[in-house]
Design a protein around this ligand. Sequence first.
Ligand code: TLP
Length: 347
Amino acid sequence: MEKTKELLDFRSDTVTQPTEEMRRAMAAAAVGDDVYGDDPTMNELQTYAADLVGTEDAIYTCSGTMGNLMAIMTHCGRGEGVLMGVNSHTWINEVGNVASLAGVMPFPLDDASGAPTLESIRSAYKPASNVHFAPTTLMVMENTHNYTGGVPVDVATFAERANLARELGMKIHVDGARIFDAAAYFDVDVKEYVSLVDSVQFCLSKGLGAPMGSLLCGKKDFIARARKHRKALGGGQRQAGIAAAAGLVALRDMRGRLKEDHANAALLANLLKEVGVEVEDVSARTNMVYFKTPGGLKSSALDERCRKSGLLLSLPSETRIRMVTHVGLDVDSVKQAVKIIKEAAGL
Ligand code: TLP
């Protein structure tokens, strides 16, 4: 954790160092061969995760990307269609694996404000009855929604989309990499979201601060079929309880502090605005701040200058910058970061 503090690493909430407690738990973890289902710590994590989100079962996956892909491969047969936002991580940032590995056809939804619009769901939907269509059998929703600003989708809005997809006969998967941020933001139990869908993937390695791993949660038969896909993708691990031990600490102890990250991101947005940076407005802010590169610079040029002062940024494009708050950063880190940006951009 010290390292991220020294570096002012705002690139992502994936950069956190494991806490001392996570390291102790990893060192002491009872382990077994998880491909045989023999790892007691992994079994404990999966049971804990399923209970926490209110599903019958859960399976550990190496990453959020793998969890989303397993979900799509399990819900959809080859040649079927999946609806997902054009600004979603599954659309933009998972290397086209829906097409290349799952053999599933993605159809774009308008998710410019986080949740997909009802109209875009209706118009993208393709029924199996028409012989020409790749029938859409799944909709993926993302919560919080990364690319539009880490926007949390509230339960009512989420339910409206999920219910429409259900009426049209689709299954629903949630890329809930940061779903605990959404639940924390709205002070709701994560089960309120998960009860509306067929599966959820959430990450241990983001705001919850674990070094690796995600959970895919759903019904027992769904998880059993997803397990086969995990094996096929090379994600069956052996003494995986080492990772699960840190994941258990993350799930038990770290959810309660996510609002600190949200407060720090709100402070960051305000301080950046005060020095003249064009911060992107959001309907609700969790742990991300996106802004237009200030001072007429390219993102890469600003990044180079900031790096010299120990500040690391994420660069979604040459005109757009993202900063993410996390457990390795505090109020002082935020103030220091704004000072560095102000100087680097000549504001
Ligand atoms: N997001 C990462 C990068 O890949 C962009 C980040 O720094 O934010 N869903 C969402 C909404 C995500 O933001 C991410 C990772 C994933 C899935 C994938 O998780 P991993 O990195 O574990 O494969």
